[in-house]
Design a protein around this ligand. Structure first.
Ligand code: AMP
Length: 475
């Protein structure tokens, strides 16, 4: 998970970076950071917590400059410790770099261990530092940063969308499978690259396009240049971005997330119609699905659970009793909308099943007669190794239970998961161009210890081509 942004803007970048990170806050709440090049050196400010907790007017004033990057973190590789907070600034051969990454490498261990055996020390436990080290390593024998990134990409396996500031230029690149999103747009006086288009909207900019899988973009005061570094025979956009992770108002790889969720809601009714009094979302991620359902089922869209939006990560829950109480503080049922009613309840996904079980209890306590759960994703059966924080297989409720058993376990009246076919059709990309690892156990890159293999599992080694002669193109 994590959100990244890079901005080149003649009007200064610290405030636009702050606004963009605010728009990407849903992608990570553990920490936030900004690095800015002021024409002479890199300055940074970062810390644990939400964007609004980490930055204030003074800290932003202390970050002057026209090129910078930012990051919000949700840890997948590396513990949530101060040294792991991004962006990372580093010096190499007299040059200053700042780097931030969204994704998860699957060959971190071997890369890191090779460096360590050569005497390299690391300051963090993140895979991002491994990317930075690889770039520095390749810079020793490269004529340009583009060359170093090209050679670095040939050694990376897994998902990576990266922004990097080097003196007056911003670099942004995306893995050859395009697993995690990255898009390009305008800022008031320049350009922005960000995980999601909502960050561009926050600056009143225009979405230009997505960064292509395997592409490297360089932006400086003179404009944009692009290099297609790696060419693959497929892409593997993360399907979970559309289901849950991205904001509904983002356009990811050409597709408005809200449209996907609304269409899935419609299909949920077509696949499993049920007589009920109303359709209700689990806020907020179930809302677009429930609206779609209501449009075709004719059932009134009726909110019956209201979410308290101000429960941050600092909410104190010292005991199990307090944790139970926290559910009531986070979600409050509207008794009048539930008493004696049959409800279609829509959520984006069931992961462990804990949330659904608690919500169903709340709704029954508030008088609901029947609760028919409809889920916007197929059953989540396998862990994610490519950037979404998912529990182990043992903790995933659907890894060992069929639909009826999950229904009984969460105590719903009935349960239906959207079919994979309908989900893929709602997204509009070919199934082979999506990463469905968490749903199918088939991953687009080989994962050590995983046995389920898609036709694509050998893809990276067999068909990964480096386009060595393509430097210098311009978008
Ligand atoms: P549970 O079944 O208790 O694990 O919770 C599932 C709910 O958590 C889903 O309805 C989502 O809204 C949300 N969710 C799904 N995936 C994640 C994730 N990787 N991190 C945090 N929340 C998630």
């Amino acid at each position: 998970m994590c959100g990244i942004v890079g901005i080149v803007d003649a009007g200064g970048v610290s405030l636009p970076l702050y606004y963009a990170l605010y728009a990407l806050q849903h992608r990570g709440q553990e920490s936030a950071g900004i690095s800015v090049f002021d024409g002479d050196r890199l300055r940074k400010h970062k810390g644990p917590g939400l964007v609004a907790e980490v930055f204030d007017t003074e800290t932003l004033k202390g970050l002057p400059g026209e090129v910078g990057i930012g990051h919000v973190r949700y840890p997948t590789t590396g513990a949530n410790t101060p040294e792991n907070i991004q962006p990372f600034n580093f010096q190499f051969m007299g040059r200053s770099f700042a780097i931030a990454h969204n994704g998860n490498l699957v060959n971190t261990r071997e890369l890191r261990s090779a460096f360590e055996h050569a005497g390299q020390i690391f300051c963090t436990t993140t895979d991002t530092e491994v990317i930075a080290t690889l770039i520095a390593d390749e810079l020793r024998r490269s004529a340009s940063i583009e060359d170093a990134v090209r050679l670095c990409m040939a050694r990376l396996r897994g998902s990576y969308s990266v922004v990097m500031a080097n003196e007056g230029a911003l670099y942004a690149f995306r893995d050859p499978l395009g697993i995690k999103p990255l898009c390009l747009g305008t800022s008031p006086g320049g350009y922005i690259v960000a995980s999601e288009s909502v960050a561009i909207d926050a600056l009143s900019g225009h979405l230009i396009r997505d960064i292509a899988p395997g592409e490297l973009v360089r932006i400086n005061a003179d404009g944009i240049s692009s290099t297609q570094i790696a060419i693959a025979n497929r892409v593997a956009h993360c399907i979970f971005e559309y289901i849950y992770f991205a904001r509904a108002d983002s356009i990811i790889d050409g597709v408005l997330v809200y449209d996907v969720r609304r269409t899935i809601g419609q299909k949920l009714h077509e696949e499993a119609p049920v007589e009920a009094d109303a359709v209700c979302p689990v806020p907020d991620s179930g809302t677009a699905y429930a609206i779609g359902h209501s449009q075709v089922s004719g059932l009134p869209f009726l909110e019956s659970l209201i979410k308290n939006r101000y429960m941050g990560r600092t909410f104190i829950m010292p005991t199990q009793v307090a944790r139970e109480q926290a559910v009531r503080i986070k979600l409050n049922p509207i008794r009048k909308h539930l008493e004696g009613k049959a409800i279609v309840l829509i959520d984006d996904s069931i992961v462990r099943g804990t949330t659904s079980r608690r919500i169903l209890q709340l709704m029954r306590d508030a008088g609901a007669r029947e609760v028919h759960m409809r889920i916007g994703s197929p059953p989540i059966k396998a862990p994610c190794y490519l950037g979404v924080d998912m529990p182990t297989r043992e903790e995933l409720i659907a890894s060992t239970r069929d639909q009826d058993e999950v229904c009984a376990s969460v105590t719903a009246t009935s349960l239906h998961y959207i079919s994979l076919e309908a989900l893929v059709r709602a997204i509009g990309h070919d199934c082979d161009n999506l990463c469905t690892g968490c749903l199918t156990g088939c991953y687009p890159v080989p994962i050590e210890g995983e046995t389920a293999r898609a036709r694509v599992v050998d893809f990276v080694d067999d068909t990964f081509q480096l386009n060595l002669d393509s430097f210098g193109g311009t978008t």
